[in-house]
Design a protein around this ligand. Structure first.
Ligand code: BGC
Length: 760
């Protein structure tokens, strides 16, 4: 009923501006959904002035917080006026049911055409219930858990008025120096694609017009995760084959899963900035992939083409971006200011403008905003849904699933809840501010459960928990180390919580050194010298160089950044209430000099398979370093459990398959105890000979399953020629006949091996 009333009010207002009555315009029927959407859109476009059209492409950040540098020409106190004038398509990074409703009312009731606003946001890993950072949840390899988390993110965000989410970021990254590795799913195109689909499904649900779902935005198109030197915003130069094979699949997967929008990236790709790149946007995205949704620029990325140096001024940038297919200008004012002038001067055809407006209006229609513009701003839901108990329970579950146990020498873990005295030491041990991590502007700093609190909540009544900060995160002051050592000496076991703060990764968070920041390593050394058993809990938004820890610390948990329930989730794993099941979605190098390092590399003509024991005085003419092994510290897919899983040899349904046949490969996995636990069974293949060289391994499937202590489960994968396809010498995407190796195992290195042939 409420919906109909809004529809009527809206229709009446729209109709009055169109100079006809509701009956005459037929808009009443339209708002009841009887007239096809595209007709409604065309009708509206027909009524719009050029200024109103560019207004629909103009997107500003609100006044709550900024996520970039501002060159916007208008101040935030002018938003109301701009909305009335139809010069804003929406605002982003604003929230609140009452606030968004007030702005929406201005748009619907006071602007000439009454076109509703979009409210965008970076809900990257949860709204107020903060989930683990995306790299962390990717480490769960649990697509259901990821989808569930994003569904909750959508429920909370939409209650606060948000309709358009700038996520998922699906950029593949093989370089841990790049801070935004934190926001993606790691290095692998297959895993990255699965995660991209799960996130889109979670945000968008079954229908965009559902009041509890929001539009997803696959970003950043394209190849933003491959900047030279790992430095954010830097140049990307790569072959079309690498682009298509490694970097594009997750964007495509997100689009295929129905993502309504896509965001261009800041980087240039092979000399052409992404926001003016017709090859990416027209040929691939709209042409090959048939994308019908809306393309938004990244923050001022249209204007930044001037700095890139492929256009002389913002007018040229605006024209190039619009023609390439960027529909909406985020924060640049480039479209708002330049496009009317370009059209007026006959330098740009209005049809380009109309095409962009069409895509923006379609998004607003699909979200149901024309039927009920206030459906997403719901004060009742906002009060009930945000940080609901069941949302926090899911956050805890996803968080513990995201933890990767890297090492557990002598079964130091799980700890006994009656361990006597436990010392919890480190600058991140009782730190609220950094638990929510990068891109969590909505999460409040007082909320997250710290590691100290989580441990205190978990232990038995006779266990004493003591703590020390040990050092600061941002300076080299050593004054607190002595106290930490004293605290460690009086404990039976030490849990050290070390790693990166929220600003040490994420956007503009590149690092040239990927060891523990500051003097945390010195703190660890001082504590380790006490001889007490030490568990390292490492927080990070990237793969780290943990070589010293690996040599000197008995147990290491990579906890990434876990969000609201950080301490509870970590305690669940530390004390064995949850048996760790996370697996690395990125390779951990031995040192930063090995970067880029990734499991699916090529073999080279001089592969090095030595044991690294030749005399250093010799020259070995192989592809290797003189000062570090080729192998990573921890490979992609690695992650330990408190149980051991034994794999049988691989059974294949055939040793040869044709192009239209399916190969079945299976193993039996036995949990040899002593706990129940989940295992991620991973399938890799290697195409031994190709018209172009192929990687030494490629992930082609995985299954995460619970196996009880003592139980054996059979896991079966199906492989078709489609799974074996690649970009061949003539760039056609197809499989080539020949011999393949097939691996199934517990990580990219710990595998059983078999082989088969593909024949015509
Ligand atoms: C980031 C985007 C983000 C946008 C809006 C940009 O700086 O690159 O990922 O969505 O800001 O906050």
């Amino acid at each position: 009923m409420k919906r109909k009333v809004y529809a009527l009010i809206f229709t009446a207002i729209a109709a009055s501006f169109l100079g006809c009555s509701v009956e005459e315009s037929g808009d009443k029927a339209t708002s009841e959904g009887k007239q096809p959407e595209n007709e409604r859109i065309e009708k509206l476009i027909g009524q719009m002035t050029v200024e109103e059209k560019v207004g629909q492409l103009n997107f500003y950040v609100g006044d709550l917080f900024n996520t970039g540098p501002t060159v916007r020409t208008t101040e935030s106190d002018k938003f109301d006026e701009l909305i009335k004038q139809g010069k804003l398509t929406g605002l982003f990074n604003v929230h609140g049911a009452a606030y968004t409703k007030r702005l929406q009312q201005i748009a619907v009731e006071e602007s000439r055409l009454g076109i509703p606003l979009l409210f965008g946001a970076d809900v990257i890993h949860g709204f107020k219930t903060v989930f683990p950072i995306p790299l962390a949840s990717a480490a769960s390899w649990d697509m259901e858990a990821i989808e569930k988390a994003e569904k909750i993110a959508a429920i909370e965000s939409t209650a606060a008025g948000i309709t358009f989410n700038f996520a998922p970021m699906v950029d593949i990254s093989r370089d841990p120096r790049w801070g935004r590795m934190a926001e993606g799913a790691g290095e692998d195109p297959y895993l990255g694609s699965q995660v991209a689909m799960a996130r889109v499904r979670g945000f968008q649900g079954e229908s965009l017009s559902d009041a509890q779902t929001m539009a997803a935005c696959v970003k950043h198109f394209a190849a933003y995760g491959a900047p030279e030197g790992g430095r954010d915003y830097n140049t990307v130069d790569m072959s079309e084959r690498s682009l298509r094979e490694t970097y594009l699949p997750p964007y495509k997967a997100g689009i295929d899963a129905g993502a309504a929008t896509i965001m261009t990236s800041f980087n240039e790709l092979n000399g052409v900035p992404a926001s003016g790149n017709a090859f990416l946007l027209r040929d691939i995205l709209r042409g090959e992939w048939g994308f019908k949704g809306m393309v938004v620029s990244d923050w001022q990325s249209i204007n930044e083409m001037v700095s890139h140096g492929n256009v002389a001024n913002v007018a040229e940038a605006a024209s190039m971006a619009l023609k390439a297919g960027v529909d909406m200008d985020m924060m640049g004012d480039a479209y708002l200011i330049e496009i009317p002038r370009l059209i007026e001067e006959g330098k740009l055809e209005e049809k380009h403008l109309d095409a962009a407006v069409r895509n923006v209006l379609k998004l607003k229609f699909d979200l149901g905003l024309f039927d009920d513009p206030y459906r997403y701003s719901d004060t009742v839901r906002e009060a009930q849904d945000i940080r609901a108990k069941e949302h926090l329970e899911v956050a805890r579950d996803v968080a513990r699933k995201s933890i990767v146990m890297l090492k557990n020498e002598g079964q130091l873990l799980p700890l006994n809840k009656d361990a006597g005295t436990i010392a919890v030491i480190g600058p991140l041990a009782d730190n609220h501010a950094d638990m929510n991590g990068t891109w969590s502007f909505f999460g409040e700093a007082q909320h997250p459960v710290t590691f100290l609190k989580g441990i205190q909540d978990a232990v038995g009544p006779n266990t004493k928990v003591i703590s020390a900060e040990g050092c600061n995160l941002y300076d080299d002051n050593r004054d607190k180390i002595a106290n930490a050592v004293t605290v460690a000496r009086s404990a039976d076991v030490v849990v050290m919580v070390v790693g990166e703060s929220a600003v040490m990764n994420g956007e503009a968070g590149s690092r040239s050194n990927i060891q523990l920041p500051g003097i945390q390593l010195d703190l660890m050394k001082a504590v380790a010298e006490t001889g007490k058993p030490v568990v390292a809990v490492v927080m990070s938004g990237r793969a780290m160089d943990l070589s010293w820890l690996d040599e000197n610390i008995a147990a290491i948990l990579e906890v990434w950044t876990l969000g609201s329930e950080s301490g509870h989730a970590a305690a669940d794993v530390l004390f064995g209430d949850y048996n760790p099941s996370g697996k690395l979605p990125v390779t951990f190098p031995r040192n930063v000099g090995q970067v880029p390092i990734y499991y699916n590399h090529k073999n080279t003509g001089r592969p090095y398979e030595g044991d690294y024991s030749e005399p250093k005085s010799e020259r070995v003419y192989k592809s290797k370093y003189r000062d570090v092994q080729n192998t990573p510290l921890y490979p992609f897919g690695h992650g330990l459990s408190y149980s051991t899983f034994e794999y049988s040899e691989i059974q294949l349904s055939a040793d040869t398959i044709g192009f239209d046949q399916t190969l079945k490969a299976s193993v039996k996995v036995t949990n040899t105890g002593p706990y129940d636990g989940e295992e991620v069974v991973q399938l890799y293949i290697r195409d031994l000979v190709g018209s172009v060289t192929r990687p030494v391994k490629e992930l082609k499937g995985f299954k995460k399953l619970m196996i009880k202590n003592g139980e054996t489960k059979e896991v079966e994968f199906e492989i078709t020629s489609e799974d074996l396809a690649f970009y061949t010498i003539d760039m056609s995407h197809k499989a080539e006949p020949g011999a393949f190796q097939l691996f199934i195992g517990s990580s990219s290195e710990d595998v059983k091996q078999s082989g088969f042939y593909l024949k015509h």
